[in-house]
Write a protein that binds this ligand. Sequence first.
Ligand code: ADP
Ligand code: GLC
Length: 489
Amino acid sequence: MNIFLASSEVHPYSKTGGLADMVGALGKTMVQAGHRVGVVTPLYLGVRERFPRMMRLGLPLDFPLGMNRASGEAWSLEPMEGLTVYFVDQPALFQRSGLYEQYGIDYADNAERFMFFSKAVVHLALHLPRKPEVLHLHDWQTAFAAVFIHHQRRLPQWHAAPRTCLTVHNMAYQGLFPASQYALANLPWDYFVPDGVEFYGQTNYLKAGIAFADLLATVSPRYAREITTPEYGCGLDGLLRHRSAALSGILNGVDYDEWNTTKNPCLPYPYSVNDLTGKSANKRELQREFGLPEIGDVPLFGSIGRLVDQKGVDIMLGALEQMLGANLQFVLLGAGMPRFECAFRALASRFPSQVAVRIGFDQALSHRIEAGSDFFLMPSRFEPCGLNQMYSLRYGTIPVVRATGGLDDTVIDIRDDRDRANGIKFSVYSSPALAKAIRKALALYAEPELLQWFRRNAMAADFSWEWTAKQYVALYERMLATARPQPTG
Ligand code: ADP
Ligand code: GLC
């Protein structure tokens, strides 16, 4: 099958979160399964320098953007046979220090940036010699492409348009802009209606995709159910219920070529389920790196992530306040909202022998934290899938998670299944509930045999990408087997 994936971030070219890991691994795995894959992503600052083998495609990208025009070009890179990555190069829009924001504030022209990108995605899908049968979009930054394809079907050459699938990685980020920004699409205003692009008088990019993509997916079965409810649907639950026949929940996978404990250049000491001595050595190394006392028998909790409301940062801070009287250490790697960054820095300066934080983004350090910690805290308010808890499992680091979205689908509490328990789950979103879960972790730590049992189960859990990629391909096949959508209008 010939498949096109479009995403505003793709590992190893750009990354702010799990979206990049997901699209990078999905493309690679589909190629390994024998499909031909094109991945389209913006050309951000520094990427051309890091990947000098990239070549000019010679396909100009020149589109109206409302009353203006913007032009750019495309570059391509073939990291493996069967996989081509297309970079959309528009320096004024994409050559910036951040992907979406600077100093915690979104770029003021994000509507223009990702409308241009969505137009480029469609242009490449329709004009490259090898036309994709499926255009798989990811999140609001590419969602508008579904409207353009839908619109194509009104035109005489409509049959050339691919089918569209939109994966929603997070309902909380919708690309919501003033109504006037709809003009950037240069489409008739009949799409700007309540069952289309319009959302309470504003232009909603994600809603555009949800309304017009042929198929919808999200990144775990539980989140697929949650987003059809008002609590998790972020205002789009009604539309999602309306489109529920087209919606699937497919759990993300883990790229075990990168996230493993045996052959990993980021880890000072390799280890495996049968010999955990390397894990203890990584723990000591991590304590040294963070300036914490190098004590072997103190339980070490780690956490990595965007410091935003979604990740349960407020209850993590509250629970740590309650629990720091106990014998435990905590290390954090993260960046995000300034108030959360300050709060963690303050906690570290009040408890210097127990708490240490690194504010910033550091992929190699994230591996060392996963490997050196005993427990991994992920108390998310909501979590579409979550990758870190799956990385923790493979690293024998017991995840302590709130039972929501993909966290609930991937972590097994002893109350769910005694024999397969690999983590600790709690339900109520509160600091005391998390503090109680941390106390359970301390109790587990005090029972080495039980802890070893949890670790064995954790390291045996298998979330390989092959399974996830197969689910998506089955979805595409179902979509291609149904009658082509008829031209409308
Ligand atoms: P989300 O996509 O919501 O941020 P996920 O758990 O799906 O959450 O994925 C987060 C990814 O980003 C993981 O690969 C994680 O290791 C990485 N990550 C998040 N924050 C940082 C950071 N400060 N430094 C390094 N990696 C980070
Ligand atoms: C989003 C979600 C996260 C998910 C990731 C990859 O960023 O917040 O839960 O794992 O996308 O799908």
